[in-house]
Design a protein around this ligand. Sequence first.
Ligand code: PRP
Length: 178
Amino acid sequence: MEDFCQEILLTEEQIKKRIAEVAVDINRDYKGKKPLVIGVLTGAVVYCSDLIRVLDFPLELAFLKASSYGSDSVSSGKVVINSIGCDVKDKDVLIAEDIIDTGYTLKSLTEILYKEGAKSVKCAALLDKPERREVDVAADYCCFSIPDAFVIGYGLDYDGEYRSLPYVGILNPAYIKK
Ligand code: PRP
C-alpha cells in the first residue's frame, strides 16, 4: 500500500461486486424505460463509467458539474450547478454520484431537475457518509455507507490528486497540506 493511503477501505473487487449487486435493483426498476443517466463531475466519472456498463436497459448519458462553495471540509450549503446541457423534460433521470456528504448537492440537483421538467429523479451513489448529513436526502441506490473519514481514489480526490486509484482508501493525515 502506498504511503499516502492510511487504509484501503474498499478494494477494486469489493467495489465491482457491490456495483453489480446494486445494478440488479436498478435494472429491475428501469426495465422498459430509457432513463437519462447524469454523472456528476468530476468524482463520479469512474463510478458512472462502471455502473452504466452493468445496466441492461437503453439509456442516455450526460455529465454536469456541481460546485459547492466553502472550505475543504465545510460546505456552505450553496451549490452552483453548471448548465445541465441537455433536455430533461419528461425524462426519468438517474443521478450517478460518487459520494453523498452533507446532501446539499443532491438536494439542489434534484430540485433543479424537477424544475426543468424531469418526470422522475433518483440517485445511485457509490458512497454515503450519513454522519455528515445536513439536509434530509438519501440515495435511492447506495453501494456503501462509510464512516466520516477523508476518502480518496476511484474518482475521489484530495486537492486534485488520487482520482485514478482503483480502490477507495483513507488519506494518510500526514499528506494533508498545511
Ligand atoms: C463531491 C461529490 C458530490 C458532492 C457531495 O463533489 O461528487 O457532488 O461533493 O457533497 P455534498 O453532499 O456535501 O453536497 P466535489 O464538490 O468534491 O467535486 P469533485 O467531484 O469535482 O471532486
